[in-house]
Design a protein around this ligand. Structure first.
Ligand SMILES: [Zn+2]
Length: 166
């Protein structure tokens, strides 16, 4: 589990804990007021109907917060799924299942082009030693990082598993 996942977990569980504590604290006067002697005291301190309205408002807030947290959790799992199993775009190529590189144009599996394939198609073999080849588009594909410097397939895979590890 990396720091990003950790942060996500904290982000999603902390509000829940706070919410439960908050609701128990806020609703306790209402439940206490059900005990007759205490209820009498509460009724003299505040109208019972006001307490009911207060509890109603709290329950509404609880439902809304619950819905919001549910939405956040769904969003987080969607994001995770997007990174994990569906092709995602990074370093100028798409990455499919098991982090196989796919062509940025047609999403065909890319093959590592070594000297033979490169010179056959008229490209100098001194070109990008890490170049990948799309046989569908019939062109070389480079894996480049954010600073436009070329990455080897192994290096790109390593960086990807570092950011998607669970
Ligand atoms: Zn292609």
């Amino acid at each position: 589990m990396n720091a990003k996942e950790e942060a996500k977990k904290v982000f999603l569980t902390e509000p829940l804990k706070m919410l439960v504590g908050y609701v128990i604290m806020s609703l306790s006067p209402f439940f206490l007021s059900l005990i007759p002697q205490i209820r009498d005291w509460f009724q003299s301190a505040a109208p019972y109907s006001l307490l009911l309205k207060f509890a109603g408002a709290l329950l509404t807030a609880l439902l809304l917060s619950g819905a919001y947290i549910f939405h956040l959790r769904k969003e987080a799992s969607r994001l995770k799924e997007e990174q994990g199993s569906h092709p995602f775009f990074k370093f100028n190529v798409w990455w499919g299942k098991d982090h196989n590189p796919l062509c940025p144009t047609c999403k065909t599996n890319l093959l590592q082009s070594r000297g033979a394939a490169i010179s056959m198609d008229g490209y100098s073999s001194s070109r990008a030693p890490f170049s990948l080849w799309c046989f569908n588009c019939n062109k070389p594909i480079d894996i480049v990082d954010d600073t436009d410097s070329e990455l080897s397939l192994a290096e790109a895979k390593k960086r990807i598993s570092n950011t998607t590890a669970t």
